[in-house]
Ligand binder design. Structure first.
Ligand code: SF4
Length: 411
């Protein structure tokens, strides 16, 4: 590989590593030699819709940016090494990595060089080269550039498997403070367009056998946690709206990592708020798979997550009047509210009890996590817990479990 391309790859893969909206960043191992260290080459991992882990080349088209977002390493005012790929270079590089079996797909993002239109044109040109000239059929996740022409957004959607545009901050005030050049309307318009195009494509597939696929992997977005005084409640409300209004496939959360000295940003003296990010993913999961509404998980009187207990257990503690529920009579919706019962085990319970009532012993075989669920259930009228149903008693028991199951070191 030419030295110039290797240099560009190093710079542009490094600049892309803070974007979390393709599920995982590169794996980096310090001090164990360089064999297998994928992050330097910009390789990260994501999960396909059928659950397979796939390797992606995660790279920016350019890190030269005309914008100056306070939280971003690539912002105009930072003095960092800069580089740009041409479409031909990037398409060729992707194919070379693919042929060598390093990657199965591409995650392509970009800063905004000169103007949004020109940057989006470059991205579309790269995608077209890959799909049409090289016949690349692997997975492609492409970023949309705010302010680009809707025609280019459509072309990107017809060439990529998934498209995304990062909202970054959940409130208009947050955007105005940290990324004043990013206008909310410019971020939301392409999301709306993609939602419309995907709905149109799905409708067409019902009537026509051959219809061009538009972003069959859907659209996603990302929000930063802790870069400004937005509460978890605001973040969750924003996610809920994004799922409802734009049919998002995923909303990703990225704990703020301090990179720039900027008076608009929080001066963190402790590590970034990873626990908040983790809680947001758990709450997001509750909204997508457990029939929870954002308002039920947090509200204005409790705008932040409990960092000790996960959002589902925390919700249960605030609604102890609804428990214990009788496992042989509860609806699917009620079962999903019980800590320790997931969608699969809830469906198994409903199926199983059509044949015979569940006993305490048979309940464990449905996949229910009994060490948690037992404090919120009765089975055939018998309470399953070993302490009375006061939140403090249950909390003490659950705390004990966490200590009992600490992860052991392999070395
Ligand atoms: S537009 Fe994107 S790349 Fe440019 S400064 Fe803002 S977040 Fe960074």
């Amino acid at each position: 590989m030419r030295e110039e391309i290797v240099h560009k790859l190093e710079v542009l893969a490094d600049s892309a590593k803070y974007d979390v909206s393709c599920a995982s960043s590169g794996v980096e191992r310090h001090g164990v030699g360089k064999i297998g260290s994928a992050s330097l080459g910009g390789i990260c991992h994501a999960w396909s819709s059928d659950g397979r882990c796939i390797s992606l080349l995660k790279v920016l088209h350019t890190n030269r940016c005309i914008f100056d977002c306070a939280y971003c390493i690539n912002r105009r005012s930072n003095d960092i090494p800069r580089a740009s790929f041409t479409s031909e270079e990037l398409a060729e590089l992707t194919m070379e990595f693919y042929r060598r079996n390093y990657i199965e797909g591409l995650f392509l993002s970009s800063a905004i060089e000169n103007d949004p239109q020109e940057t989006m044109e470059k991205i579309v040109r790269t995608l077209r080269l890959l799909r049409k000239t090289y016949g690349f059929a692997g997975y492609i996740h492409a970023k949309l550039i705010p302010g680009a022409d809707p025609i280019l957004v459509r072309q990107a959607g017809l060439l990529a498997d998934r498209v995304s545009i990062n909202l970054e901050l959940p409130s208009q005030a947050g955007l105005a403070a940290l990324a004043p050049q990013k206008k909310p309307a410019l971020l939301l318009a392409p999301m709306q367009q993609v939602h419309r195009e995907i709905s149109g494509y799905l409708e067409d597939t019902r009537h026509f056998r051959h219809t061009p696929a538009f972003a069959p992997g859907g659209q996603s977005t990302q929000m930063i946690v802790g870069a400004i005084a937005d509460t978890d409640y605001q973040l969750l409300q924003a996610s809920s709206k994004l799922y409802r209004s734009f049919g998002m496939k995923r909303v990703y959360y990225s704990a703020y990592i301090p990179m720039n000295a900027d008076s608009r940003l929080p001066a963190l003296t402790v590590p970034p708020p990873r626990q908040r990010e983790h809680r947001l993913y758990q709450a997001d999961w509750l909204m997508r798979f457990y029939e929870f509404e954002a308002d039920e998980i947090l509200d204005r009187s409790q705008p932040f997550f409990d960092l000790e207990f996960d959002p589902k257990i925390d919700w249960a503690f605030r609604h102890m009047d609804l428990f214990p529920i009788e496992v042989n009579r509860a609806s699917l919706h009620e079962l999903l509210r019980v800590p320790g019962i997931g969608p699969t085990s809830a469906k198994r319970i409903v199926r199983h009890r059509r044949l015979a009532p569940l006993s305490y012993e048979s309940l464990a075989k449905t996949g229910v996590v009994m060490k948690r669920a037992r404090y919120f259930l009765t089975c055939g009228g018998r309470f399953c817990g070993d302490v009375s149903m006061y939140p403090e008693n249950i909390k003490n028991k659950l705390r004990g479990q966490d200590q009992q199951y600490q992860q052991l070191s392999l070395f």
